[in-house]
Design a protein around this ligand. Structure first.
Ligand code: URA
Length: 282
């Protein structure tokens, strides 16, 4: 019988059955029905070897510092830099409603000139999971909700593949809240102008884990140049919150071959979340 998850993986381009190479330490790929009961998470000492191989070849070693960060005391090390960035004073104290109003009225960069509306974000305001995209596209600009177009449908399937659902313990936001014209990549100055809003959202949500979808989101959060291929499979942090980087769903729609890597990243994220929860409970 075809399971719901097989359907989701098929939608992600991973069907019929795709098993993560060397992933036993991270996560069993969903090939067995019924799913085994979830034991206590066995945290891998390091990311799987094939991920490391990519990283070591392409990333200059960043300074590593010892965990714990946000309660994470085992598993892969968290990469530096870990510069704490304060939220600008006038935004730091805003509640949800004031923040949303502020975002909707924002004219801090030129993206405000051509937007239909700003798109602050959607979901559980006390979520453990925060997914951060790049910026609204045409459908999001029209509807005022992030990821409601084709990329959004893939994001929903990606969430479902690790048993998550939009709005249930998940908040979805963007690095810039207004649509860049013709869906171009946001400028660095636009990312910087919008970042205080994301910072405040993070402060209000206090997620356990942030998943950066694509390069602009990761650059905004980490305040550094990002190469996804080199940085995926590792843990970074924003102000003490672990950050995992993966491909943007719109990129995956154009580059189906990388969906398997995105699935690896999602498994890594799920294992990290389990470890975070387990370590808080222990
Ligand atoms: N792409 C994004 O990065 N965000 C959206 O909200 C929609 C598409």
């Amino acid at each position: 019988m075809t399971s719901r998850r097989d359907g989701i993986l098929r939608e992600m381009g991973l069907a019929p059955l795709w098993r993560l190479r060397g992933a036993a330490e991270i996560e069993e790929a969903p090939v067995v029905e019924p799913a085994p009961p979830e034991p206590v998470v066995r945290a891998p000492a390091m990311p799987p070897s094939e991920m490391q191989a990519v990283d070591e070849a392409t990333v200059k070693p960043l300074a590593r510092f010892a965990p714990p960060v946000a309660g994470l005391s085992s598993g892969p090390p968290i990469e530096a830099p870990a510069t704490h960035r304060d939220v600008p004073g006038d935004i730091a104290s805003l509640g949800w409603d004031e923040l949303d109003a502020r975002i909707r009225a924002c004219d801090a960069c030129e993206l405000c000139q051509r937007r239909k509306q700003a798109v602050p974000g959607v979901g559980d305001r006390q979520a453990d999971w925060l997914f951060v995209g790049e910026g609204p596209g045409a459908e999001e600009d029209a509807r005022g909700e992030p990821f409601v177009g084709q990329a959004g449908r893939l994001l929903d399937n990606m969430l479902a593949s690790i048993d998550l659902k939009r709005g249930e313990d998940v908040f979805i936001g963007n690095a810039v809240k207004c649509r860049p014209p013709n869906n171009r990549t946001p400028e660095v100055s636009e990312l910087a102008a919008c970042f205080p809003y994301l910072q405040r959202q993070i402060g209000l949500i206090q997620p356990r884990l942030i998943v950066a979808l694509g390069r602009p989101a990761a650059q905004a959060l980490l305040n550094q140049e990002v190469k996804i291929g080199a940085m995926r499979g590792k843990l970074f942090e924003y102000n003490g919150i672990p950050v995992i980087i993966t491909y943007h769903p719109a990129y995956l729609l154009r580059n189906q071959a990388d969906k398997a890597k995105a699935w690896e990243d999602l498994c890594f994220a799920r294992a990290t979340m389990r470890r975070l929860k387990h370590e808080v409970e222990a």
